[in-house]
Design a protein around this ligand. Structure first.
Ligand SMILES: NC(=O)c1ccc[n+]([C@@H]2O[C@H](COP(=O)([O-])OP(=O)(O)OC[C@H]3O[C@@H](n4cnc5c(N)ncnc54)[C@H](O)[C@@H]3O)[C@@H](O)[C@H]2O)c1
Length: 368
């Protein structure tokens, strides 16, 4: 099978750190060939083009017309995801879009529908799903090893982790702060591990420490002055169909104490955590450490190779999008509800899915 023609739209940080190296690795395995890169800042496209030996563009339409990609990665800020996705789908491309998929549920819904109409794949970059630890834990949860799982706890962020690129400081381009740009991964992975239960209600608190205490944070962070709706801290509580709950804590300005991100699951017969993996089974009178032997699972990292190869394989074999339309809309509904709750100060109902029905999780009755 000949290599799939691929182009990348947006040559900023995640393109250079994630997508472009992953496409290079996929090209070395014969899966794809990179045909073009585009950035509205032409110097960024030129730099990527120089490194990867392709043509640079500053206009997406021109790049698609001249290089005829079958797949595009969209690695721009969220405000342009909707327009660029529709443009690429209408040109016949499959689309791998960065998270968050869109600025709101209305945009996300139209994007999913446009992909269905065009008969093209649309997927989102949730690379945490490809970790060995994620796949291992998902299998154990699905097998019912922990009995009814009633709670998950996840948190994410970084020490002095507020992004420095200006687009992240404006609501009109970023769409939100640490919940949107970091812990969307944590929530997606928690839901995916639990078998995709529908979120029913959400409650959240958002805070911007950067604005409240600029002097405490030093001149480099003080100089950013993000708009007030760009939270650098958030805490959320989500009730899921089937009876489980999830708490999420998001912090771009974490203290250095402890793990900077993690997931913990509590069930009637056990508990588990990932990043790093720990598994405990409760026999009723004693806890058994059932953690996999160290070294058998690869450590969690932020590389994109598996995700990109997975998307290319789906395109090449006529498979399903690794992140389905239903999953894309589920996480967007939850993000919208968390922000709505933070704005009104109380728990809100998460919008009901239109067509895919309420789900208590795909793993079967023994999970909840
Ligand atoms: N999956 C992950 O782990 C991960 C990690 C980091 C960032 N991201 C996401 O990736 C997105 C981009 O983040 P980033 O840090 O790379 O941002 P960035 O600002 O470094 O890069 C974005 C680039 O897109 C370009 N651009 C903007 N509009 C364009 C358009 N219409 N056509 C062509 N180019 C355009 C900008 O000039 C810029 O170079 C965000 O949504 C972010 O949340 C995902």
């Amino acid at each position: 099978m000949r290599p799939t023609r691929v182009a990348v739209i947006g040559c900023g940080r995640i393109a250079s750190d994630g997508h472009l190296p992953a496409y290079r690795a996929a090209a070395e395995s014969g899966l794809c060939t990179l045909v073009g890169v585009c950035d509205v800042i032409i110097e960024r496209a030129q730099e990527a083009a120089r490194q990867y030996g392709v043509r640079p563009f500053d206009k997406v339409g021109e790049m698609i017309a001249e290089t005829q990609p079958e797949v595009v990665s969209i690695t721009t800020m969220p405000s342009s995801h909707y327009d660029l996705t529709l443009q690429a789908l209408n040109a016949g491309c499959h689309v791998l879009c960065e998270k968050p998929v869109a600025m709101n549920l209305g945009e996300a819904t139209e994007m999913v529908q446009a992909a269905q109409r065009a008969d093209r794949l649309l997927s989102i970059c949730f690379e945490y799903r490809y970790w060995d630890e994620s796949v291992y834990l998902r299998d154990r949860l699905a097998a019912g090893d922990f009995g009814h799982v009633h709670a998950a706890r996840t948190w994410g962020g970084a020490v002095y982790g507020f992004p420095t690129s200006r687009g992240f400081h404006r609501l009109a381009s970023a769409g939100g702060g640490v919940l949107t740009h970091w812990t969307i991964h944590n929530l997606d992975l928690a839901l995916w591990l639990l078998g995709n239960p529908e979120p029913l209600t959400a409650s959240a608190f958002c805070h911007q420490r950067l604005a409240q205490y600029p002097a405490a944070l030093g001149p480099s962070l003080d100089a950013m002055k993000p708009e007030s709706g760009i939270e650098d801290f958030a805490m959320g509580f989500v009730r899921l169909a089937g009876g489980a709950v999830v708490t999420v804590e998001a912090n771009f300005l974490q203290s250095p104490s402890g793990r900077h991100e993690g997931w913990e699951f509590l069930g009637e017969r056990g508990a588990a955590s990932i990043a790093p993996i720990r598994v405990w089974l409760d026999r009723g009178d004693e806890w058994i450490d059932d953690t996999p032997v160290p070294g058998t699972l690869a450590p969690c990292d932020y590389r994109m190779e598996r995700l990109i190869a997975g998307f290319l394989q789906a395109v090449r074999t006529g498979g399903k999008a690794p992140v389905s339309g239903a999953e894309i809309l589920r996480i967007q509904r939850l993000m919208d509800a968390l922000y709505a709750s933070a704005a009104c100060g109380h728990e809100v109902t998460v919008e009901t899915p239109l067509s895919n029905g309420s789900s208590g999780g795909n793993h079967g009755a023994n999970l909840y």
